[in-house]
Design a protein around this ligand. Structure first.
Ligand code: HEM
Length: 440
């Protein structure tokens, strides 16, 4: 959040100083999101933040992620491709269909998080994509109301006015709690422990104190993970496809690379994509640099003793906004930062360390590798299997240039904790057809 009294910092060196340790704590904004109880995302306490990371250290480890990959693949990417194959088959001419891709990627992100966080499919859960999307949306709106007018969440008659939001939160919490209860029951009979986020939360133990999470803490953490991950993954995928459509040469190079390296193989795993698709991976990183889906600024507070940035002293208690987009475009690090140039990462792997999109340091996004495990194979597999073209009435095309000669990008809107397209129904239409090679 920004406003009077908030100092926004954009220089990468300053952003690094602020983010790397617990010294610059998260500000009160986050507390408003603690609608169940304080958790890994909301806490201002270094002790709780560190405890949760110790308890969840296996969850986001590469080894555990690899065990979850088949679920991520089956419920996310494969499910999306089956759906697109059906849409093509039943389209008017049997060769192509037009789709709103932000909505498609939102479905994918929901399918994956429901499979991992609830340990069930939407069908088993007895709910729909729209319902889960509604729970996440309402949870965010309620958190903002809680920030601006906390009594509204607890005192009549305000509770009457926002009754539907409170009801939505109750349903969300009940669904997550029920999933945990079902899993505890199933564990009595299961021979093998499932590998998913729900199980990791239930099993999570601090190696130092041996503390595990209470039932309510499991719910709070699971909801934090669902809310922190769903929109932002969908929007990162959305921006990636958007930029590929605006930069046809990048689209052509990524598509050629994918189809050259995996000519007939039906699916591409995360490890395969990382090993064999440097250009496609660079397109994902360049998207995360140029249009981070990370929401607005990362708010922090100056600690005791104050701090000096670029020669300006800021007293203790000053609110800071770490400007991710600013750092990601800083001229000291990036040449021609407003242009989408995936090539900048080729042969220059270390440059990726200068992207602030997942934050860094003490409160770095713990879901970074999970997110990449969803995003990179999704992009690789869809580029392999489908051809994409913009509709003839698209407003934002490679030929529509700004004053600097770069394609104009569709407008964005800032949504609580992420940044997505402002008018997805207008700007995210795309024609999808089967790639010639994938029909062999
Ligand atoms: C492209 C996708 C993603 C991006 C760009 C992203 C970005 C971020 C950023 C910038 C933060 C720091 C927020 C802050 O300090 O205010 C963060 C925190 C967090 N993210 Fe992610 N995230 C992504 C996906 C995920 C996924 C898939 C998960 C979990 C499955 C996840 C879970 C979390 C959690 C729990 C936190 C809070 C960590 C803490 O405060 O210590 N994120 N994320």
């Amino acid at each position: 959040m920004t406003g009077p009294g908030v100092v926004v910092i954009s220089h990468p060196e300053d952003c690094r100083i602020v983010l790397s340790t617990h010294r610059f704590a998260k500000n009160r904004f986050y507390q408003a999101f603690a609608l169940v109880e304080d958790n890994i995302y909301t806490t201002q306490s270094p002790e709780l933040a560190s405890l949760r990371r110790r308890q969840l250290r296996h969850t986001f480890s590469q080894a555990y992620l690899e065990q979850m990959e088949s679920v991520i693949f089956e419920c996310g990417i494969a499910s999306l491709m089956r759906r697109w194959d059906r849409l093509i088959e039943y389209s008017a001419d049997g060769t192509q269909f037009t789709v709103q891709y932000e909505a498609e990627f939102a479905r994918l992100a929901i399918d994956v998080i429901v499979a991992l966080g609830y340990g069930q499919s939407l069908d088993t859960l007895g709910t729909s994509h729209a319902q889960v999307a509604r729970w996440v949306h309402d949870y965010n709106v309620l958190s903002m109301i809680n920030l601006i007018l906390p009594v509204a969440c607890t005192q009549w008659p305000f509770t009457l006015v926002i009754g539907s939001l409170l009801q939505s939160k109750r349903e969300f919490v009940a669904s997550v709690a029920a999933a945990a209860a079902t899993r505890r029951e199933q564990l009595k009979h299961l021979k093998q422990r499932p590998t998913d986020i729900l199980q990791a939360l239930l099993d999570g133990e601090d190696p130092e104190s041996k503390a595990k999470m209470t039932a309510n803490q499991v719910v709070a953490e699971n909801i934090a993970i669902i809310v922190a991950s769903t929109d932002i993954v969908a929007q990162t995928l959305t921006w990636t496809l958007c930029y590929l459509m605006l930069y046809p040469e990048a689209y052509r190079q990524a598509t050629d690379e994918v189809r050259r390296m995996f000519p007939r193989q039906r699916t591409i795993s995360y490890a395969q994509a990382r090993a064999k698709l440097p250009y496609t991976e660079a397109c994902v990183y360049e998207t995360m640099r140029i249009r981070a889906a990370t929401g607005v600024f990362l708010p922090r507070v100056v600690p005791k003793g104050g701090a000096t940035f670029r020669g300006h002293f800021l007293p203790e208690g000053t609110e800071l906004g770490v400007n991710v987009a600013g750092a990601n475009h800083h001229l000291g690090t990036w040449t021609n930062p407003r242009r989408f140039v995936p090539e900048r990462f080729i042969g220059n792997e270390s440059l990726k360390q200068n992207i602030f999109t997942f934050s860094l340091g003490a409160r770095v996004c713990p879901g970074k590798n999970l997110a990449l495990m969803e995003i990179l194979p999704t992009i690789a597999n869809i580029l392999k299997s489908y051809d994409f073209t913009l509709p003839s009435n698209a407003l934002f095309t490679p030929d529509r240039l700004d004053g600097r000669g770069n394609p104009v990008v569709m407008p964005r809107s800032h949504r609580f904790t992420s940044v997505g397209p402002a008018y997805p129904d207008r700007d995210c239409q795309i024609i999808v057809s089967k790639a010639a090679d994938s029909m062999i």
